[in-house]
Design a protein around this ligand. Structure first.
Ligand code: UDP
Ligand code: MG
Length: 141
């Protein structure tokens, strides 16, 4: 089924010049970028995005990381986009992410794992509203 998924190339990915290569992987998989913004996250946006992790010991470091430079936030469209995007990015910890996945190929530590992808359509909708201010982008431009 055709879906839209929400992706963030995190500050380390942008800093290291990986936007092109990463977008290319989504395109090769059949997930077409339909909207994107290069933007600096406010602390408030970063804390809201990762609000479910606020009790974790790594939370402050995570927020510092996510606000350390611009991110490339993007919506991709394609069949089973949410599940396909999660499978393309690989497991959370790059040490455990197999080669061939984005985190497996470009990341080396869980502190900087290059990329985010929503884990459900509901969360994609919430994240698109938070980042772009328009939930409608989940369905059409
Ligand atoms: N994270 C971290 N240390 C941890 C676990 C998670 O820094 O021990 C960060 C990491 O950037 C991860 C994000 O918190 O991508 C969200 O964690 P989650 O468990 O939701 O993983 P994801 O859905 O990104 O794979
Ligand atoms: Mg998650």
């Amino acid at each position: 089924m055709n879906e839209r998924a929400f992706i963030i190339i995190k500050p380390d990915g942008v800093r290291r010049g990986l936007i092109g290569e990463i977008v290319n992987r989504f395109e090769k998989k059949g997930l077409r970028p339909v909207y994107a913004e290069l933007k600096e996250l406010s602390g408030e946006t970063a804390r809201s995005h990762y609000g479910h992790l606020k009790e974790q010991v790594f939370f402050d470091e995570l927020i510092a990381y996510m606000t350390s430079g611009p991110v490339f936030a993007m919506i991709v469209e394609g069949r089973s986009a949410v599940a396909n995007a999660r499978s393309l990015i690989g497991p959370t910890n790059p040490v455990k992410a197999p080669p061939g996945t984005i985190r497996g190929d470009y990341g080396s530590d869980i502190d900087e794992n290059v990329i985010h992808s929503s884990d459900s359509l509901d969360h994609a909708s919430r994240e698109i509203q938070l980042f772009f201010g328009r939930t409608g982008l989940l369905h059409k431009l």
